[in-house]
Design a protein around this ligand. Structure first.
Ligand SMILES: [Zn+2]
Length: 371
């Protein structure tokens, strides 16, 4: 998950849907039937009338036809702000698969709670995110099981690329859907004090995902896992939070607390399914590509070092200089490929950034990679 700064102002369709107006509005947010004052003229007002009314005798409120969030300008702006990537997993949407305009706080019902959802935020710009269907809908996915004791390495928990399986996994139901676990008090209708709710899920626009999530980087055994960040020590594979019961947020929190890892990180990884098999495979492929680039950089650095060996022969020196220039160009091209993979518009850019930081640390220790 990458921190994203949402562009402002909000798309016009949302503005029209929630800002009180004296005149009838036109466009995507207009009421289906002609408004006659004082009939509500925008979507929020109509939603208020709908949701604040007494429950029908059936006890079930009919669905409300929210429309504003689906408007073209909302989609366009969201896709632009998030570089056509899922807000949660950073996967680029496949041209053939649908993308959900996701309500971070669910507009309909909220899992494990009674009553209505956050209907007044259905047309709120800061509540909308683009999400891939795998992060957003309940589906069953093979998910890696953590090492049962500290000290096991990524080799024990690996990915058999040929068979397309984890070496150790469970099939779990993940996907956010209508989940919105909190530790505080649920917002009352038409209130906006998000802070007091103590949301357990990470919001890429409001939170700092880096403080809660850690990408596992092990050059000896590339495996694209994301872990809840350790709160006191270095994050290791031992922090991969096992899910005793995938449906129970308290169990995930309890375990995260027992291993001193970010609870919000652990709950988010589980809820969005950030370690589902397909996603880990994609991220592992990127890591393998990065390892290949690393090898190229190291090999060329070694050859450049050899070519720098002093020689009295003028021709040989010139040939060496030409070869060095060629190799340095090649290094620059490889470095530019790595920068491209780490760019904010690239899939899994946060993991690539983590890899690059790790590589910089390792390279500083390699004699051939010195200045
Ligand atoms: Zn996703």
């Amino acid at each position: 998950m990458r921190k994203v700064t949402r562009s402002l102002p909000a798309p016009r369709s949302l503005d029209k849907a929630s800002v009180p107006r004296t005149k009838k509005v036109k466009g995507g947010a207009a009421p289906a039937a002609p408004a006659v004052p004082p009939t509500p003229t925008n979507e929020l007002d109509r939603a208020k009338k709908h949701f604040l009314a007494a429950l029908p005798t059936s006890g079930k409120r009919p669905a409300f036809p929210f429309k504003a969030y689906k408007a073209d300008d909302v989609r366009t702006q969201l896709f632009k702000d998030f570089h056509d990537k899922c807000a949660y997993c950073e996967s680029r949407y496949a041209p053939t698969s649908p993308v959900d305009i996701e309500h971070f706080r669910p507009k309909g019902r909220v899992k494990n709670t009674k009553g209505d959802g956050y209907w007044w935020l259905a047309m709120a710009w800061d509540n909308l995110l683009p999400a891939c269907i795998e992060c957003n809908r309940h589906r069953r996915h093979p998910t890696p099981t953590p090492p049962t004791r500290a000290g096991k390495t990524a080799k024990r928990l690996g990915l058999d690329e040929r068979k397309g399986v984890f070496t150790s996994s469970n099939v779990l139901t993940t996907g956010k859907q209508d989940a919105f676990p909190i530790t505080g008090r649920r917002l009352a209708a038409l209130t906006y004090n998000y802070q007091a709710e103590g949301a357990l899920l990470l919001d890429p626009c409001r939170d700092e995902p880096d403080q809660h999530l850690h990408f596992h980087i092990d050059p000896t055994a590339p495996l694209g896992l994301v872990l809840p960040k350790a709160t006191r020590t270095r994050t290791t594979l031992a922090h991969l939070t096992p899910v005793p019961d995938s449906k129970t947020v308290p169990a995930i929190r309890k375990h995260a607390a027992s291993i001193q890892a970010s609870e919000r990180g652990a709950v988010s990884i589980q809820t969005y399914g950030l370690n589902r098999l397909q996603l880990v495979r994609e991220r592992t492929r990127v890591l393998r590509r990065l390892e290949f680039y690393e090898q190229l950089l190291i090999e060329t650095a070694g050859i450049i070092q050899d070519l720098h060996a002093p020689t009295a022969n003028r021709d040989a020196r010139k040939r060496s200089e030409r070869a060095i220039t060629g190799l340095q160009k090649m290094q620059a091209m490889v470095a530019s490929q790595i920068r491209e993979l780490a760019h904010e518009s690239a899939p899994y850019s946060v993991m690539v950034k983590a890899w690059a930081e790790d590589f910089r640390r390792r390279a500083a220790l390699m004699p051939a990679m010195g200045p």
